[in-house]
Design a protein around this ligand. Structure first.
Ligand code: AMP
Length: 192
């Protein structure tokens, strides 16, 4: 099994790279943002509560996303592995992820952090918002809050995997193909 965390600020390109990686390695893509947006589209109570926080650029509670991930991990535990995208976003989420994988006798193999400057990220998110219809991608104040939330609560999660020697930085401001090549180099190095 190969379990990868794609990490980095909003707009770093995690979703785009995850789509390419699932094809290359036959993995299951688990994006908590996508799972939450599916709840919003279905107008479930969970989705409606989450939307309020998402539109403010804040995180939804740890328990909510942890339970979403737990059920998906159980469902696909016999597959080739997972790409976690947008999860974990807090140290508690990272600890719970490690625990739930350990229970299944597996582990996170690598966390890949996409390095992208704030000004590039803001530009990319606004561009995406113009076509995706995502309300949290259309408002500069919300985007700035998401970046602040990332710096305040999420960036530190890197330390958790650095301590375990599982963290790698990748330059994320080239073309999609260039970034993909950097990422696959890191993943393929795990096998040697
Ligand atoms: P994303 O699509 O990953 O940018 O996520 C969109 C929004 O969903 C975030 O700004 C958060 O409000 C919420 N969200 C997604 N994943 C998580 C997570 N792991 N923990 C808390 N909130 C999350």
């Amino acid at each position: 099994m190969l379990n990868i965390i794609l990490f980095g600020p909003p707009g770093a390109g995690k979703g785009t790279q995850a789509e390419k990686l699932i094809e290359q390695y036959g993995l299951i893509h688990l994006s908590t943002g996508d799972l939450l947006r599916a709840e919003i589209a279905k107008q479930t109570p969970l989705g409606m509560e989450a939307k309020k926080l998402i539109d403010k650029g804040e995180l939804v509670p740890d328990e909510v996303v942890i339970e979403m991930i737990r059920s998906k991990v159980k469902e696909h535990i016999n597959g080739n592995g997972f790409i976690f995208d947008g999860f974990p976003r807090t140290t508690i989420q990272a600890q719970k992820l490690d625990e739930m994988l350990a229970k299944e006798g597996v582990d996170v193999d690598i966390m890949i952090s996409l390095q992208v400057d704030d000004n590039v990220v803001i530009e990319r998110i606004l561009k995406r918002g113009a076509v995706s219809g995502r309300t949290d991608d259309q408002n500069v104040e919300t985007i700035q809050n998401r970046l602040d939330t990332y710096n305040r609560q999420t960036a530190i999660v890197e330390e958790h995997y650095k301590e375990r020697n599982k963290h790698r930085h990748v330059f994320g401001m080239g073309t999609i193909e260039e970034t993909f090549n950097h990422i696959t180099k890191e993943i393929d190095a795990l096998k040697n």
